[in-house]
Design a protein around this ligand. Structure first.
Ligand code: NAP
Length: 491
């Protein structure tokens, strides 16, 4: 039996008919089943308010799973075995009186791990946990998984966390940020702490600046109602981008365990220099997409999207310059950028090293090139390092060349989806790749004053054409410091 199939588990997907469940969670569980990574006695119980019986729900799952796994990966034998594990319960999680039915459906735990995956709106998280507690469904073997974003401010996140802490221990709470489940993100840790090469250079003496970008081509799609309340800062930057920043900047933990890793990430969040007062206007850019076009297709403005307020001031783009006040990173800017309806879909981390201190080789007047380490997270997971090499022929003309590590080529194996890895970690009780309560609080402490600064200045977000690279102000932000976004140079 594979190591990961050790524990029999009841996995309860609350919000089992939703977008996340259909696109990510159930396909991930299908792969775990197909590859023998679920214990033979593990069961999946999905619930939502919609009326289904287990057969109609299984048909719904079959339709979505077959669409969302890679072509050729859906086979009838695996599907049949998977479908046999799945049941459905129609239940409103906001109603305490309905939970005894859930307890009945689950029966005695008998030492099985119970995972309650809360794939519903964050407003329902605290009440759901309380109702689980009241129904006697939380014991030492219970884990509760919370989707992001947790709350809409430090205060609201803390209220949710407090109510959950009243019914279970912090070690039982798994706050998910699926970026941490990505192979490429874990590879960043492998690169930094599994090789002697980079660590001596990984500091302000050698690194000029860092760029972290998560760029999407899609607009808000069907999530307008949620997104208009959240915006890019709460939806992406407060969680995904700050987590990536932590992994780039943290010190080596003493071991790869949940508390050691999360202690180091927390130190980084606490060392972020606050952006307050006039600095909010100076160090941050927020934008909102206007209408535009991509490949001759007209793209609507954000305020014409479904369920979005026509006068909305919600940002669909954020760029900012962050600094970490500690010994290692003092003076190194971290530029973070995320947005929707942009020219390219791409998530990457760029580490730009300082140029050589003395120019030995003749140049054609151009500034010496920088070595750059680029860690691609999406659409491809790859790592490249740009180096200077002598161009063939006479003289010593140097040219930039790339050392490419294509991870798909290097390991000719199917890449696991982030949710596969994270679901297994939850079953196994390994919280290393999940966010701890104090990390969430520290991230909000840094983000809240920026959002307040935007609200206080009464300025609208800068408009950018859908299908473009975002507002020009995002380019100027870096130009002021003599830097530019790496991809803007390529475009
Ligand atoms: P969604 O498509 O709106 O799905 C919500 C699910 O919750 C549905 O199954 C809905 O079914 C159920 N639900 C709502 N109210 C309920 C209640 N009172 N009792 C029981 N079930 C209830 O939302 P989603 O996009 O899947 O997102 C779910 C969570 O994941 C959110 O917290 C979101 O922020 C987070 N998330 C989503 C994504 C994504 O890609 N979708 C990515 C990252 C994080 P009924 O209406 O039938 O009850």
């Amino acid at each position: 039996m594979p190591a990961h199939a050790r524990l029999p588990c009841d996995l309860v997907v609350m919000g089992g008919t939703g977008d996340l469940a259909m696109r990510k969670l159930l396909p991930a569980l299908y792969y775990l089943q197909r590859d023998g990574n679920l214990h033979p006695q593990s069961r999946i119980l999905a619930l939502a308010r919609a009326r289904h019986d287990s057969s109609s729900y299984r048909r719904l799952v079959q339709r979505h799973v077959s669409q969302h796994v890679a072509p050729g990966d859906f086979d009838q034998a695996s599907w049949q075995a998977f479908a046999e594990r799945i049941d459905y319960l129609s239940l409103d999680v906001s109603q305490r009186v309905e939970f005894p039915r859930l307890a009945n459906a689950l029966g005695q735990a008998d030492g099985r791990v119970r995972v309650f995956y809360l794939a519903t709106l964050p407003e329902l998280f605290a009440a759901t946990a309380e109702h689980l507690g009241a129904a006697g469904l939380i014991d030492a073997q219970t884990r509760i998984v919370l989707e992001k974003p947790l709350g809409s401010s430090g205060q609201s996140a803390e209220r949710i966390n407090q109510r959950i802490a009243a019914v279970c221990d912090e070690s039982q709470v798994f706050r998910i940020d699926h970026y941490l489940g990505k192979e490429a993100v874990q590879n960043l840790l492998a690169l930094r702490f599994g090789n002697a090469l980079f660590e001596p250079l990984w500091r302000n003496a050698h690194i000029e600046h860092v760029q972290i970008s998560v760029l999407e081509t899609v607009g808000v799609e069907n999530r307008g109602a949620y997104y208009d309340q959240a915006g890019a800062m709460r939806d992406m930057l407060q969680n995904h981008l700050l987590q990536l920043l932590c992994l780039v900047a943290m010190e080596a933990p003493v071991h790869f365990g949940a508390e050691a890793v999360r202690n180091e990430k927390l130190k980084i969040l606490e060392a972020l220099r606050p952006i307050t007062g006039m600095d909010v206007q100076d160090q941050t850019v927020r934008g909102q997409y206007a209408d535009g076009e991509r490949a001759s297709e007209r793209l609507p403005a954000y305020y014409f999207e479904k369920s979005v307020d026509h006068d909305s001031n919600t940002e669909t783009f954020v760029a900012l310059r962050a600094e970490i006040d500690n010994w290692r990173w003092s003076g190194v800017p971290f530029y973070l950028r995320t947005g929707k309806a942009l020219a390219h879909r791409k998530s990457e981390i760029v580490i730009q090293f300082k140029p050589v201190p003395h120019r030995l080789f003749a140049s054609d007047g151009r500034a010496p090139a920088h070595n750059r380490l680029v860690i691609g997270l999406q659409p491809q997971e790859d790592i490249s390092l740009s180096l200077m090499a002598k161009a063939p022929g006479r003289g010593m003309a140097l040219q930039e060349v790339e050392l490419d590590l294509n991870l798909a080529e290097a390991f000719r194996r199917r890449r696991w989806d982030a949710y596969e890895r994270l679901l297994l970690d939850v079953i196994e009780g390994d919280a290393t790749l999940f966010m701890r309560r104090d990390e969430i609080a520290a991230a909000w402490r840094w983000v809240d004053p920026i959002i307040r600064g935007w609200q206080d200045c009464y300025r609208s977000p800068k408009r950018y054409a859908a299908g473009s690279w975002g507002p020009e102000a995002a380019d100027s932000l870096l130009e002021r410091y003599g830097h530019d976004w790496l991809d803007r140079r390529e475009s």
